[in-house]
Design a protein around this ligand. Structure first.
Ligand code: ADP
Ligand code: MG
Length: 252
């Protein structure tokens, strides 16, 4: 379980998250929604202790371990995985190489190349991506949508138990959304992970059917509800007192 307590975060004295609280039980799926600039990506990055953000107050506790100021590679070793809104590419290091090293670091054991390659190939098939992705540089020369799928290939190989997905739908067409949703649902069935996903994509929300939906505004959780809250927000916009804010869903 993940517990975010009174977290305040700033960049250059600008407050991005203020007194942010969120509890996430293991095995549950949570959707984060909110207008542009609300702090959703900031939260995702801060969970991984991104160095650009200064934590002024608060703690992040994962399975009783304080990860607030932990090194990102140690956070990954605890089984937390993030797909960023705009995944970066790394030329010259292949997917296969990086995954083999990461797995050996995580498990402390030598990877069996036969099983490893077989799983990589099977996962490419599941994700409907070419098998030559395996030997390509990480996200190198890949379109936005291909990068998102490539990051899911990593997820299947690393078998995380807590998954953060920041606008995984951006750059994906409708067929790819369906592939990604059924892929995540299959992963859920097998590994029972905890999922925190930022999205405003109706089809994806419908197919993932989250347990909880949180509306983030001005660096805070403004409202928490279930699946129905997400559907209501998609229909009505972000309700702020009596005014309704709409039209700010586009990806950055
Ligand atoms: P969201 O993902 O909800 O659209 P973000 O978390 O990306 O919003 O951004 C929240 C606010 O913080 C925005 O005003 C954004 O410009 C600002 N911000 C985010 N990261 C940085 C940064 N590294 N430096 C300066 N400002 C930032
Ligand atoms: Mg964002």
């Amino acid at each position: 379980m993940l517990k975010i307590n009174n977290l305040s975060v700033s960049v250059n004295d600008k407050k991005l998250l203020a007194d942010f609280n969120l509890d996430i039980d293991s095995g549950t799926t949570h959707v984060l929604m909110g207008p542009n600039g609300a702090g959703k990506s900031t939260l995702c990055k801060v969970l991984f202790n991104h160095p650009d953000y200064k934590k002024d107050e608060g703690t992040i506790i994962y399975n009783d371990v304080d990860i607030t100021n932990m090194d990102p590679s140690d956070i990954a070793k605890l089984g937390i995985y993030i797909v960023n809104q705009n995944p970066i590419s790394i030329e010259g290091v292949s997917n296969a190489e990086m995954l083999r090293i990461a797995l050996e670091e995580k498990t402390g054991e030598k990877v069996s190349i036969f099983k490893f390659n077989k799983k990589l190939e099977e996962t490419c098939e599941k994700l409907n991506i070419p098998k030559d992705f395996i030997f390509r540089g990480i996200n190198d020369g890949m379109s936005g949508g291909e990068r998102k799928k490539n990051e899911l290939l990593h997820m299947w190989m690393l078998e995380p138990s807590f998954i953060i997905l920041d606008e995984i739908d951006s750059g994906l067409d409708v067929d790819a959304i369906k592939t990604v949703a059924s892929n995540l649902n299959e992963y859920k069935k097998i590994y029972n992970p905890t999922i925190l996903i930022v999205t405003h994509h109706e089809k994806l929300i419908e197919l993932l059917h989250p347990d909880y939906v949180h509306i983030i505004k001005n660096g805070k959780v403004e409202e928490t509800g279930n699946y129905e809250l997400g559907i209501k927000v998609l229909k009505d916009g972000f309700i702020n007192g009596s005014s309704i804010m709409t039209g700010s869903y586009e990806n950055e």
